[in-house]
Design a protein around this ligand. Structure first.
Ligand SMILES: CC(C)(COP(=O)(O)OP(=O)(O)OC[C@H]1O[C@@H](n2cnc3c(N)ncnc32)[C@H](O)[C@@H]1OP(=O)(O)O)[C@@H](O)C(=O)NCCC(=O)NCCS
Length: 149
C-alpha cells in the first residue's frame, strides 16, 4: 500500500532511514521537512513499513532528498514503486526536471536511477567523506526530465 507521508509519519520515516544510512536523520528533521508545502513524502507498506521517498519541489525543479528501502525488502521493486509515485505527483505540478545526488560508489542506487531514466549531469569531487573508512568519494548529480512522455 502506498501512502502520502505527512508530519505524523516522521518517526516511521526516521526508523526506515536509520536502517539504510550511516548518518540517520532524526524524526524531528522529517517532521520539519514534511511540514513544508514543497516537500512530498511517499511511504510504502506491505503490512509493515518497507520504504519511503522524500522529494522537494521549488519553482520548475525538484530533487530527491532521500530514498530508502529496508534491507530485507530490497530488490523486490519497492524503490521503483516509490519513484513512480513521486514522479507522478511531481508531473502534476510545475517541476520540469528532477535532480538527485548519489555517492559514486552506491551501486544499487545508481542502478536504480539509471534504470528509471536518470542520466549523469555533473559531479562534485570528494563530496562524501564523513564516516568513510576509505577516504572520500564523488557525488554524481543525476537528472530526469519530467516533461518527457
Ligand atoms: C537503492 C535502494 C533504494 C533500492 O531499493 P530496491 O527496492 O531494492 O530497488 P528495486 O527493487 O526497485 O530495484 C530496481 C532496479 O534498481 C537496480 N538495483 C537495485 N538494487 C541493485 C543492486 N544491489 N545492484 C545493482 N542494481 C540494483 C536494478 O536495476 C533493479 O532492477 P532489477 O531488480 O529488476 O534488476 C536500496 O538499495 C536502499 O535503500 N539502499 C540504501 C539507501 C540508499 O542508498 N538510498 C539512495 C540514496 S541516493
Amino acid at each position: 500500500m502506498m501512502l502520502r507521508a505527512g508530519p505524523e509519519h516522521a518517526a516511521v520515516l526516521a526508523a526506515l532511514h536509520a536502517t539504510s544510512f550511516a548518518a540517520p536523520w532524526e524524526a524531528r528533521e522529517f517532521e520539519t521537512l514534511l511540514s513544508h508545502p514543497g516537500v512530498v513524502g511517499c511511504l510504502f507498506l506491505d503490512g509493515l513499513p518497507e520504504g519511503f521517498i522524500l522529494v522537494r519541489a521549488a519553482a520548475d525543479e525538484a530533487e530527491i532528498l532521500t530514498l530508502a528501502v529496508i534491507p530485507k525488502d530490497r530488490r523486490r521493486g519497492v524503490a521503483s514503486k516509490l519513484m513512480h509515485e513521486a514522479i507522478a505527483i511531481l508531473r502534476s505540478g510545475n517541476a520540469a526536471a528532477l535532480f538527485l545526488e548519489v555517492a559514486a560508489d552506491n551501486v544499487p542506487a545508481i542502478g536504480l536511477y539509471t534504470r528509471h531514466g536518470f542520466a549523469e549531469c555533473g559531479r562534485r569531487p570528494d563530496y562524501y567523506s564523513a564516516g568513510r573508512a576509505n577516504g572520500s568519494v564523488d557525488a554524481i548529480v543525476m537528472k530526469y526530465s519530467l516533461t518527457n512522455p
